[in-house]
Design a protein around this ligand. Structure first.
Ligand code: RNT
Ligand code: ZN
Length: 421
């Protein structure tokens, strides 16, 4: 191993030339919570006691890498293993289909106690819990959920949404940390329907009913997630971007915010390009950080241009502290723990990299109209000695410098994952 401390000292000097305080950047990146999604660990399968675990709703995991978690215990043990190598403040993000009742409980009947194993675990670790209604992978989700024309089906899912907000309040009360709930419905159509308005009016009505019935719950924030298309629903998505943005803005409630998933737009449309427009009208947003490859493929988050651009935008707008950052990817073709570690480390990396830029100075240059210097600075910093600061930070947190984590994850695979049928 190279001299990490020495590297950090050199980088600190480099950044100081541009008025950048490396330690302050580390502190902010370290304290900003990232909500780590549980569903990477078992390909979104969930722990409900039911036979058919097939994933529907137009999302898909591909790959059949051995060793996925088969129950809540295994999943939490895998999460703990991944967490050893992820620096900084984390929350745990679970889905309603990760309930652990000792018998089958349908989605409209879930209750706080069905999640007590997660709650006890989170409390013991001192971390917050976020939540997601599971409006998919269910026999009643085949012809729409919250927008269904069948009134019994629509009501069933409204009940599910209501239960989820009550459970969110329970998480808040138990952990002492607000619970961020994300509402995503897969509702859509393979062809453009003749009636495109009706389903949207019903989706609006359903959200209104969920929020009205639970208006007294405390400590819950609700993201409304839009999407452009899903597999099998290529032509029409009820909860489109315009629908969700319209809903959130019109609701005009502090707890109802937009969720932006960077896999949910046309391929040349970037979340980084949308954030300042949204922050013009809203106080906070929920981010689903993922990596779309040609479609909403939910590849493991990369330390790529768009991920970096998203965090640069947030830092430059001074909105990082007003953004709920959550990961959302599911790769079944590689070691699932490695997937978590790589994706979560990259998310944190992009955050730290954004903080290690001469943002204040570039703003000054821009205000003066010196656009040539602005570009020169922007480009120069792409090759700044960021990795030296990142390594030092990881060293300080004891999460493994560079690729130190890899051999431990491989060992865990040998000792634990490979023994699972
Ligand atoms: C689907 C959405 C949604 C899901 C999770 C599992 O396209 O991104 O957020 O990935 O709820
Ligand atoms: Zn998402």
């Amino acid at each position: 191993m190279y001299d990490v401390k020495k590297g950090y000292e050199a980088a600190k000097e480099f950044y100081a030339q541009y008025g950048i305080d490396v330690d302050e950047a580390i502190r902010i990146a370290d304290e900003t919570p990232i909500s780590m999604h549980c569903w990477q660990g078992d390909d979104v399968g969930g722990t409900e006691l039911k036979e058919d675990k097939s994933l529907t709703g137009g999302i898909q995991t591909t790959g059949n890498y051995p060793g996925k978690a088969r129950n809540g215990e295994e999943l939490r043990s895998d999460i703990e293993e991944a967490m050893k190598f992820i620096p900084g403040n984390l929350k745990m993000n679970i889905h309603a289909n990760y309930q652990e009742a000792d018998h089958f409980v349908d989605r409209n009947e879930i209750a706080p106690e069905h999640f007590d194993k997660w709650v006890d675990w989170a409390v013991e670790k001192g971390i917050g819990l976020d939540f997601n209604p599971t409006y998919f992978a269910h026999p009643k989700s085949e012809n729409g959920t919250l927008s269904a024309a069948d009134e019994d089906v629509r009501k069933f899912w409204v009940e599910h949404g209501i239960k989820c907000r009550q459970i969110g309040e329970y998480f808040y009360k138990k952990t002492g940390k607000p619970c961020v709930i994300n509402h995503w419905t897969p509702d859509g159509d393979k062809e453009v329907p003749i009636d495109t308005l009706g389903p949207r009016e019903r989706l609006k009505k359903s959200y209104d009913e969920i929020f009205e019935a639970t208006k007294d719950v405390e400590g819950v924030i609700d993201g409304i997630e839009s999407k452009v298309f899903g597999i099998g629903a290529e032509s029409y998505t009820v909860g489109s971007h315009e629908f969700c943005m319209g809903y959130v803005m019109k609701a005009n409630k502090d707890h109802i915010i937009m969720t932006l998933d960077d896999g949910h737009y046309h391929p040349t449309e970037m979340v980084s390009g949308k954030l300042s427009s949204i922050f013009t009208f809203a106080d906070s947003v929920l981010l689903h950080v993922t990596r779309p490859v040609r479609w909403d493929s939910d590849h493991v988050v990369g330390f790529d241009d768009e991920t970096k651009a998203i965090f640069e935008e947030l830092v430059r707008m001074n909105k990082l502290q007003d953004t709920y950052v959550a990961t959302d990817f599911f790769d079944a073709s590689i070691n699932r723990i490695a997937a978590w570690v790589i994706g979560l480390r990259n998310t944190r990396k992009a955050m730290l990299a954004a903080l290690l830029q001469p943002n204040a100075y570039m703003k000054e240059l821009e205000a003066k109209g010196d656009v040539s210097a602005r570009l020169a600075y922007k480009e120069e910093f792409k090759a700044a000695p960021f990795a030296l600061v990142w390594d030092y930070y990881c060293d300080q947190k004891g999460v493994g410098v560079s690729l130190d984590w890899l051999k431990d994850v491989q060992q865990y695979e040998k000792d634990v994952l490979s023994k699972r049928a």
